[in-house]
Design a protein around this ligand. Structure first.
Ligand code: PMV
Length: 317
């Protein structure tokens, strides 16, 4: 039996712009997805994902893929189908997943499970793959299932740490950050990333110049944020968060809940912004007084998520 795990992620800067070829900065969080895989001597793919209510899912490996797959299995099944296309095998597998974080937080449970499963597969069948090849396999699978996405979350799950990411031509650079003293607040509202990405795409088609202008400003902020992170200049980072958030608001992806939390942290810290696609999920903030920022989040109706950042990338357990 092989067990692999991969971390979730939080976008720090550059969300949405990254879909259009601009950079983003993403950090891995210390909530992991664990995937156990073993061959089962039959031609059946069998999966349990109790965290998402999926029990005893099974089908023959010849029937993998197709439309209307249950949510908990889609990514894993697509990776497996692609893997078997390239490296045919006779024996099927049993898969069990275990999550350390609620899928509601938007920490990227899909990308983490995809990467952890792909890594476990390559180990189980002894098919060596470079990290770049692993990225391709996972990214293609996620795109097939989800239709949209830059792949930044896959990069965070594979490489871990804090990463400067450009979708195309692909650039993945580790940023050396000593500490990352951010607060993370959850709005309590689950956001649907593909819907928000499509919303921005619609905006791009309607108001192209204006939207590209916003993306370019976000890109400049992201590049300056990299400098601030490397210098541990938290005041500068906070200011950049405020600017980035204002542009995301202009894109129309903030929400009342996000505004309340961002405002509350901004009042007592250096700055705050939404993190991810928007519409809900999480926000991040930076400042001197951690306790005051945490209190601000709670008072504004949010939940403080005690996560550590810059977690290790995919690994065998
Ligand atoms: O909602 P999240 O945390 O998965 O972040 C989405 C980030 C986007 O830039 C909006 C989409 C993407 O795939 O890059």
């Amino acid at each position: 039996m092989v067990v692999a795990s991969a971390p979730g992620k939080l976008v720090l800067f550059g969300e949405h712009a990254v879909v259009y070829g601009y950079p983003c900065i993403v950090t891995a969080v210390n909530r992991r997805m664990y995937v156990e895989v073993e061959t089962n001597g039959t031609d059946v793919f069998h999966m349990d994902a109790p965290d998402v209510g999926l029990y005893a899912y099974s089908k023959t490996i010849a029937d993998l893929g197709g439309e209307g797959l249950p949510k908990g299995v889609r990514f894993v099944e697509e990776v497996y189908r692609r893997f078997l296309d390239a490296h045919p095998q006779k024996q099927g597998i049993n898969v069990v997943t275990r999550s350390e974080f609620s899928a509601d937080y938007g920490f990227g449970s899909s990308s983490a499970v995809t990467v952890a499963f792909a890594r476990a597969l390559t180990e189980l069948y002894k098919v060596p793959m470079s990290e770049d090849e692993l990225f391709e396999l996972c990214y293609e699978s996620v795109l097939k299932v989800q239709g949209v996405g830059s792949g930044f979350d896959i990069a965070a799950a594979i490489w871990g740490g804090t990463i400067y990411f450009i979708h195309s031509p692909r650039l993945i650079e580790r940023i050396e950050v000593k500490t990352l003293p951010l607060v993370v607040g959850y709005t309590g509202v689950k956001a649907d990333t593909p819907t928000l990405v499509r919303m921005v795409a619609h905006r791009m088609s309607q108001k192209k110049e204006l939207t590209i202008g916003i993306m370019e400003q976000i890109s400049q902020i992201t590049q300056r944020a990299r400098v601030a992170l490397e210098a541990s200049d938290w005041k500068m980072l906070g200011g950049l968060m405020v600017d980035n958030h204002a542009l995301l608001k202009k894109l129309g992806v903030s929400s009342d809940e996000l505004e309340r939390l961002v405002e509350a942290v901004f009042k007592v810290g250096y700055g705050a912004k939404l993190s991810g696609a928007g519409g809900g999920d999480c926000m991040i903030g930076v400042g001197k007084d951690m306790e005051a920022m945490k209190q601000g989040i709670e008072m504004a109706g949010g939940k403080v998520l005690p996560v550590e950042l810059q977690a290790e990338g995919v690994r065998l357990e």
